[in-house]
Design a protein around this ligand. Structure first.
Ligand code: C5P
Length: 284
């Protein structure tokens, strides 16, 4: 399904420490914002507006420049101002397709996350990925420590999916003097329904310095190299050619087998299956 996307990457990221704003810091050799943009493109986004702080436009251009379907737009002083700016930057010709809003600070976005959000959008005016709260909550109330119930509470993540016109209308109606903390809040305030689908701990938002250390470890895992080995053997028999790795080689005998007896392809298949821990060709 084709869809549009907004990636908000205009924050200053002060909680993450001094230096380059977090969306433009590098993770596993790529700008953090690029992780999400590439995942959205792989999932089929054909119009992506990326909100960027005005002084970071050149940095964003060099980090994302050659990628297709991208418009860089100046973000605002708050997240919601950045979303508003990005909505106006989306193509007016694609207003009939869903829009996914995503925080650049959540780089481990996958195609599955995108499909889940888009699928859930068929049941409501909006769809978000969210995780139930696992920890006990505490609230400091003066000297007292209260324990509010966590029943029915969720941690909202992004991506969040909406219909273009509903998202635009909800933001237009949202009061300028209040700052929402996500987009579903804006759509529900305008009377829209929002469905929840299962979130993913890997969609955590890079916020504090220790989050970057965790992300580096995960990014290194994503580059993990796996190897596998395979071998195969077939008897010689009467014939005039041998097939190896899909290539016919003239010969005074052939390899005998119930299958095509292509020992090269069988060995390669076993090596690939071994590398992904999925048994061997016989099992399949
Ligand atoms: O600050 P926080 O981590 O909550 O920001 C969430 C996302 O919103 C980040 O990807 C950040 O870059 C983006 N943002 C923005 N414009 C702002 C503030 C935050 O695009 N003015």
């Amino acid at each position: 399904m084709s869809f549009s996307a907004i990636v908000v990457a205009a924050g200053s990221g002060t909680r993450a420490g001094a230096g380059t704003p977090k969306a433009w810091r590098r993770l596993g050799g790529r700008a953090i914002a690029r992780w999400s943009v590439e995942a959205l493109l792989a999932a089929g986004a054909d119009d992506i507006a990326v909100a960027v702080a005005p002084d970071m436009i050149e940095t964003a251009r060099s980090a994302l420049g050659e990628l297709p379907n991208i418009t860089l737009v100046e973000g605002g002083a708050t997240r919601s101002a950045s979303v508003r700016a990005a909505i106006t930057a989306l193509s007016p010709h694609r207003r009939d397709q869903p829009v996914l809003v995503h925080d650049a600070a959540r780089p481990f976005l996958t195609r599955d996350h995108v499909s889940q959000a888009l699928a859930a959008l068929t049941q409501a005016d909006g769809a978000i990925l969210a995780l139930p709260l696992a920890d006990t909550l505490k609230r400091q109330a003066g000297p007292r420590l209260e324990t509010p119930s966590r029943e029915g509470l969720w941690r909202a993540q992004t991506p969040q999916a909406f219909r273009h016109d509903q998202l635009a209308a909800a933001y237009a109606a949202w009061p300028d003097d209040q700052e929402p903390t996500d987009d579903a809040q804006v759509v529900t305030a305008a009377g829209g329904s929002v469905a929840i689908c299962p979130g993913d701990p890997l969609l955590f938002k890079l916020t504090y310095p220790e989050d970057f250390a965790m992300a580096e470890r995960l990014a290194a895992g994503a580059r993990l190299v796996r190897t596998g080995q395979g071998f195969d053997a077939h008897r010689w028999g009467p014939g005039d050619a041998v097939w190896l790795c899909g290539v016919r080689i003239d010969h005074d005998q052939t390899l005998i087998g119930h299958s095509d007896a292509d020992a090269g392809l069988h060995a390669l298949t076993d090596a690939l299956l071994g590398a992904i821990g999925a048994g061997d060709i016989g099992e399949h």
